[in-house]
Design a protein around this ligand. Sequence first.
Ligand code: CP
Length: 326
Amino acid sequence: MITNLRGRNLISDLDFTKEEVETVMEVAFDLKMRRALGQPHALLDDKVLAMLFFFSSTRTRCSFEAGMAQLGGHAAFVESKSTQISHGDTEKEIGEILGRYFDGLAIRHCDWGIGNRYLNLVASASRVPVLNMQCDFYHPHQCLADLMTIWEKKGRDLRNKKMVVSWAYAASYAKPISVPQSLILQMPRFGLDVTLAHPPEFELMPEIMEQAQEQARKNNTKFEVVHSMEDGFTDADIVYAKSWGPLVTTSDPEDIKKVTQKYESWITDEEKMTLAKEDAIYMHPLPADRNIEVTDGVIDGPHSVVFDEAENRLHAQKAVMALTMA
Ligand code: CP
């Protein structure tokens, strides 16, 4: 078990090696059990995490905040709009100064072409770990919770199991591409054969696609792209279907709307779920556009594991914080 994660950043999914992710999983399961048994686990006594948000959140904010309290520390909620960032505080000042007040800096900044760069610039000026609460490229803590959930539902030997990471239609807003990008980077390392399904205009970043192919090659797993939701779902053991914006193709709001409207039929419904294996699980990071992106029948139905998945955010993040911030 590789345990020297103290002081490390987690910005990209590949910042931790496969063995280091396995360590995170071991600690996460241990902390989940300790919480179930009511055993105190104040591993971060007196430590304080800053949570800097440039974008709204339900699960991420609440699970990081609850997690720090359960670890004996404290989390400070900082909204960018209530800081002096818009009046001149640069990434360097945030990294240098908050890095001296806090023991870890967790940041959510999803603006396309800006977020990931921001996190890396803060990290290069910070003396404490920077944890990515979602940027424009990656959502690594969501992905760790997803892996934990897949291990719980499908076991740890995932060889020859098919996971479809599918685009789905949503009307609310152009959602970041970070979740599918994190999934295609991380899951091939753990034995899953990954199928990425999306309409042609909803491609992911070419450099991330290359890295995902490289992970699949190195770990002897399959990685393919299809342009039909039905083809993606066929014989899948794990269905992970969510919306994302056509951000790689266009940043024009009118174009985004026009392109997205073409694919209203990309909804996860009961009929499509019948194409997957009988014991397939349905995953979604939430929030979902109900009855647009996925029907109530699926998200509340027997295949759905979305609430266990959301719970595991807490345990996986506590593991990362305990390992990096102790
Ligand atoms: N899945 C997820 O990151 O949820 P929030 O946007 O509510 O944090």
